[in-house]
Design a protein around this ligand. Structure first.
Ligand code: ZN
Length: 274
């Protein structure tokens, strides 16, 4: 899944790579995917984009947005985006934007994902609107006071950080590492955390995201050229076989809130000892 660090890296790479490119052709859902979402089934994508030049790319939280003059292309969630010097000789993609110099952008959807092409300044989903109204965790304006304004006593830390778009672009992938680094259990309730712990959580969230961006994203996601990021993810399924980097104990996997959580029971105790 694209999360905030990968969206920032992809936007930067698009700006460096797509200057001067002009759209020649657009292929939509060549390999039909039930959970690939389009605007109006992508009927107008070719008409909207053909002949348009790349202007610039930005990220809004975890969304990658590419502007082609007065048209925008928005990728969301589980879309893999690749730049290729020449068009692929297969149809295994959900969106292919080819340019007049024969290079192209190929987008494929893993589990689910949005691929929206509209006129600029249209917000294609309510989910995206919620993201636009919130602040990025890497913004200089992302303060501890803002962070805590989203907190409610009874929320667990996973619910606080990864649900309801409180912190857009932040998902399970990012928060598990952050919680491990500060020694807090994903199920720990905010009311059971000290102010010191919450401050450390806030600081580590922002610093971990910056580290992920600086290293080109996480190593379990790929960039515009198919190269994994340089940030080594600590808490993920592939790390289950390895001991905890702090205490050499075992990492535990549990199901929680419709997804998996990974934690070290010793370094991230559920009960805090005063
Ligand atoms: Zn440990």
């Amino acid at each position: 899944m694209i999360e905030l660090p990968e969206a920032i890296v992809l936007a930067r790479q698009c700006n460096e790579t797509l200057q001067g490119k002009v759209v020649e052709q657009v292929s939509v859902n060549s390999k039909p995917h039930k959970l690939a979402w389009f605007v109006d089934e992508g009927k107008n994508y070719q008409q909207l984009l053909q002949g348009k030049s790349f202007s610039y790319s930005v990220n809004f939280a975890g969304y990658l947005c590419l502007y082609f003059e007065d048209v925008q292309v928005i990728f969301q969630d589980g879309v893999n985006i690749r730049y290729l010097d020449s068009c692929p000789d297969h149809n295994q993609h959900q969106l292919l934007i080819s340019f007049t110099d024969q290079s192209c952008l190929m987008a494929t959807v893993a589990m689910y994902g949005g691929l929206y092409v509209t006129k600029k300044d249209i917000v294609p989903t309510t989910f995206m609107k919620a993201s636009l109204d919130s602040m990025d965790c890497v913004s200089p304006l992302f303060t501890y006071e803002y962070f805590m304004s989203k907190a409610t006593d009874k929320l667990s830390l996973k619910a606080f950080l990864a649900t309801e778009q409180r912190f857009p672009g932040i998902g399970n992938g990012v928060i598990q590492d952050v919680l491990f680094k500060v020694g807090l259990h994903p199920k720990l309730k905010i009311r059971d955390c000290s102010e010191d712990q919450l401050r450390k959580l806030y600081e580590k969230l922002a610093s971990t995201l910056r580290e992920m961006v600086a290293l080109g994203g996480r190593n379990n996601e790929k960039d515009l050229f198919g190269i994994p990021g340089g940030y080594e993810v600590l808490m993920t399924s592939s790390q289950l076989k390895n001991p905890c980097k702090n205490c050499s104990g075992s990492i535990v996997k549990e199901n929680y809130m419709g997804g998996s959580i990974y934690f070290c029971p010793r370094c991230q105790p559920l009960k805090t000892i005063d």
